[in-house]
Design a protein around this ligand. Structure first.
Ligand SMILES: [Zn+2]
Length: 368
């Protein structure tokens, strides 16, 4: 758990009990016909659930895992880089013959060294950690490529022992593209800005669906009053119409549900509302231009935030297995879930009757 006051601790521990009950029931049901599966979990040393939950989410993405492992013996990679240490950690996990609980302090210490933000025992936002981690790995890849180029120029020889020279797999797997078109409502002057995204952060509404939130994101809004837009043509703040278009979809679509909102500049309140999450969906209709290719996504995992507020709480990850069973990776513990139990984490239907504090926060969808 993160830094908490006693009230929060009590509520969260009740919440934990509810979850444990659900999970225990499922475990009993599943144990009868369950094949022995390798389940590796991580010890939570000092509030490191933000890292544990993200590692489990990333490990469940087979294509990502294989790319990371391919850098294990790369000679051009810095010994204490995030990419190197992640490939070593994944290699340890890959070579485990059976289920185990790992102490991953070596990896955590390298992370803390590579980013001072995380160099403490405080609660951290799992989304911030994920964004930084992918960005840092991308920088590691870029510096390897630079080194390779230098070496190749020197020796004028393209044969190196590294076969992943020009492979920016972070961009290849996670990046999509969007554009925003802003039209000044005074002079009708229009401007378009293109942006690459590595994940989508969606505003949520209670009692809605992910599809609704996505449609809302790729929609039109009017910028007015304090949100007015500076029009270069009018040379003044004007009301404007803004439309976000989806240009390109990624192979792995990461979605953050914006459940944490700043209130009065100091309190990070949590929106506990219900948002239904589809196990599969077709995303073609979101694209600006029609494409022949079908973009069908399958939900691979969900990172859940447990807690009433944003500053603290706990994270765990639900991973969709091949057989449509789910595993809950909760630090060193792991439990099985049935498909039907997943919706318990979608949030509270009635905003005034909040009884469950474990809600979806990050979603990882894979292209089928
Ligand atoms: Zn204008």
């Amino acid at each position: 758990m993160g830094n908490d006051n006693s009230n929060e601790k009590e509520k969260s521990s009740n919440d934990n009990k509810i979850i444990t009950n659900i999970l225990d029931n499922n475990n009993n049901n599943n144990n009868k016909n369950k094949k022995e599966e390798k389940v590796i979990t991580f010890i939570n040393t000092n509030n490191t659930c933000y890292a544990n939950s993200i590692l489990q989410a990333l490990l469940s993405l087979k294509i990502f895992k294989e790319k990371i492992l391919s850098y294990l013996n790369n000679n051009n990679i810095h010994k204490y880089s995030t990419l190197k240490s992640l490939s070593e950690l994944f290699n340890i996990i890959e070579n485990k013959k059976k289920s185990d609980i790992l102490n991953i302090n070596d990896f955590i210490n390298i992370i803390k060294n590579n980013n001072q933000e995380f160099n403490n025992d405080e609660h951290h936002d799992a989304h911030e950690f994920l964004t930084w981690l992918l960005d840092d790995i991308e920088q590691n890849i870029n510096s390897i490529q630079k080194k390779n180029k230098k070496n190749n120029n020197k020796t004028n020889n393209n044969s190196t022992n590294n076969n992943n020279n020009n492979d920016n797999f972070i961009k290849d797997l996670f990046s999509g593209q969007q554009s925003s078109i802003t039209k000044c409502l005074n002079c009708e002057n229009t401007s378009e800005v293109f942006e690459t995204f590595y994940n989508l952060s969606l505003d949520i509404e209670t009692n809605s669906s992910l599809i609704y939130c996505l449609k809302n994101y790729f929609g039109t809004e009017i910028l007015r009053s304090k949100d007015k837009f500076f029009c270069e043509n009018c040379n003044s703040l004007q009301e404007a119409e803004k439309k976000v278009n989806l240009i390109k979809l990624p192979k792995i679509l990461i979605i953050q549900l914006k459940r944490f909102k700043m209130k009065n500049y100091s309190n990070l309140i949590k929106l506990l509302g219900y948002v239904s999450i589809p196990k599969k969906f077709n995303a073609n209709y979101l694209l600006k231009t029609k494409e022949e290719k079908e973009y069908n996504y399958k939900l691979k995992n969900m990172v859940i935030h447990l807690g009433q507020r944003g500053e603290y709480g706990h994270y765990f990850t639900l991973v969709n297995q091949e057989n449509n069973k789910w595993i809950n990776y909760n630090d060193e513990k792991s439990t099985y879930l049935n498909e039907n139990d997943i919706s318990k984490f979608f949030g509270n239907v009635d905003e005034n009757n909040i009884n469950f504090y474990s809600t979806t926060y990050l979603l990882f969808y894979e292209l089928i």
